[in-house]
Ligand binder design. Sequence first.
Ligand SMILES: [Mg+2]
Length: 120
Amino acid sequence: MSKNILLVDDAAFMRMMIKDILVKNGYEVVGEAENGAKAIEKYKELKPDLVVMDITMPEVDGIQAVKEIKKIDPNANIIMCSAMGQQAMVIEAIQSGAKDFIVKPFQADRVLEAVKKVLG
Ligand SMILES: [Mg+2]
């Protein structure tokens, strides 16, 4: 059975890049969001198996979104997307319940490794 994934990033090209990697490898992207607030809404609506979440976004950032989603669903699977130099925020996200992180620029192998690991 294919796993349903929610992609969250304020940059459309980033979502497109990750989506391409995932879809080519048999995953289904059931939704996309461009900020943390929309990610929380879509999480409730879609109940995805996994969320791939950017950190820096307008309105509600990825850290806040992780905290909110974890309140809604303590078992939520979330992987963070970080840029270089965001170690402190990655640590906060992991402490808030994110299960892994990938660093931009993305390498397909690393994205798939994280997704496979988190989805078990
Ligand atoms: Mg961003």
